[in-house]
Design a protein around this ligand. Sequence first.
Ligand code: MG
Length: 393
Amino acid sequence: MAQLGHRLEGDLAAFASSAAESRGRRHPEEPPRNRTPFQRDRDRIIHSTAFRRLEYKTQVFVNHEGDHYRTRLTHSLEVAQIARSVARVLGANEDLVEAIALAHDLGHTPFGHAGQSALDWCMGELGGFEHNLQSLRVVEQLEQRYAEFDGLNLTFEAREGILKRCSPGKARELGDLGQRFREGTQAGVEAQIANTADEIAYNNHDIDDGLRSGLVTLDRIREEVPLFGQVFDEVRSLYPESGSGRRAVHETIRRLIDRQISDLVTTTRSRLEGLGCRSSDDVRAAGEPVVAFSQEMAEANRGLKELLHRELYRHFRVLRMAMKGSRVIQGLWEAFMENPGILPTEFRQRVERTEAERGEAGRAQVVADYIAGMTDRYAIREHERIFDPYSRP
Ligand code: MG
């Protein structure tokens, strides 16, 4: 078995999480025959309903705005690709990193961050809404595909990675998963890699999508993000015929991602050494994350983010779409809370059960689960079905 484990997991570094040392699943299961437990986690995520829905959920641009913009699904695939590259070169567990990356946005509402803020506002006193915690709810409870348990029954390490952040109050409710937030310790190296890969992916693809949409201009990025300007000039001097078109932009972004990954790998290696991490427990016990960019790269990324906030996320067109999305969510929320009888049967029955146990907060939880699970287009249609008298209910 040890031999098979070695063949399946490759040469893991001492600080990596290995399947043999996994803290296991909530509901004990026989180990898989031809895969490691982390491969099983990944496969369950890919086969989940929530994963397929990511195709029609907003990253920045709403799905129907254009066929070439990132959706939550393509974003998750890009995160997984970057995370796997980093994991492999560092000797971390690639399967675990992939599982975490593919699952990290499963709990996202429709309409991106606007949707999440709207639902959080609606939930207010009744417990608030956080997409990170919702991703955990999806894999722990909401998916119903297995005869023996609710959720996907993932390993502790995968669930730990999905729970990127968490408030102190929630951390108390979350038992062993909440422990690191109560004690100020870290997640395993794989969770940290997936988390940073998320940042690399969205920073770079939001520049790409921002430029494609015309809401952000190339001149502006070149002026305000020196690293981008520098790489772009390098591309132009190497390939003068590439001009300022899409090809030059893609070549620049490709090089930017490569630089960020190289910086991350080098910095992380020296931190692992400096902190003396010789086991996955050492990584968890370290007072700070081991996976990190150099100071210069962290600074460059901050500049990039600020530009994206100013020019893209707060562009009036993006804000208008965000406002429409928020209103759809608020409308749905109010209607369902006021009259749970209009919820589809399955959810209405769930409301009856949870309300008996937890009162209004129970009702709110089921309504939030229903809304958070919606794709952009489903939410828009559901809103029509409820509010448009000419629409079939
Ligand atoms: Mg993400």
